[in-house]
Design a protein around this ligand. Structure first.
Ligand code: S3P
Length: 172
């Protein structure tokens, strides 16, 4: 296999992609890049505002474009939004040298963590977020599971998750 040149973190909202991503980057002396933040910065609006003003389909196109650009770079850890890795065939078409890691999380913990950043999770801003999370996860899990590695973050600290990802990369 080609030596790892970049990491792409996929997984559900609240799985820890943006929390552990910078730590993994620091450990490897690589650069951390966050797709959602870049889409927000380029458009001067939050994810929730962009969903409302331009629609989810537009957002999916914007995040795909930013992720494509980020995955052309070397020495980077890329955190994607939860929808990116859930698209059909996406993890089968990443450039050579990309190691994908699925950060797995239970719907209960995802909803609890997501509550702290409501502006970024319009799909969970519904009457019953737990039900919404369960339904979405059910539809998405098989796609996330295409990743090269899986780390369950449900009951793990960010440091523990970081260590496991770094170990997985070093043995890739
Ligand atoms: C989404 C996840 C969010 C953000 C948007 C849609 C999803 O990113 O891209 O709210 O469809 O799962 P995080 O996974 O960083 O919360």
């Amino acid at each position: 296999m080609t030596a790892p040149r970049r990491i792409v973190l996929v997984g559900f909202m609240g799985s820890g992609k943006s929390t552990v991503g910078p730590r993994v980057a620091e450990a490897l002396e690589w650069i951390f890049l966050d797709v959602d933040h870049e889409v927000e910065a380029r458009n001067g609006a939050s994810v929730a505002e962009l969903f409302e003003r331009k629609g989810q389909a537009w957002f999916r196109g914007a995040e795909a474009e930013v992720a494509r650009e980020f995955l052309e770079r070397d020495g980077v850890v890329v955190a994607t939004g939860g929808g990116w890795g859930a698209a059909d065939g996406r993890l089968d078409t990443v450039p050579p040298g990309t190691v994908s890691v699925w950060l797995k999380v239970s719907p209960e913990v995802a909803v609890r963590r997501a509550r702290s950043q409501p502006g970024q999770r319009p799909l969970l801003a519904v009457d019953d977020p737990l039900e919404a999370a369960r339904a979405l996860l059910l539809r998405r899990e098989a796609r996330y599971a295409r990743a090269d590695h899986t780390v369950d973050t449900t009951d793990r600290s960010p440091d523990d998750v970081t260590r496991r990802i770094v170990e997985a990369i070093r043995s890739s």
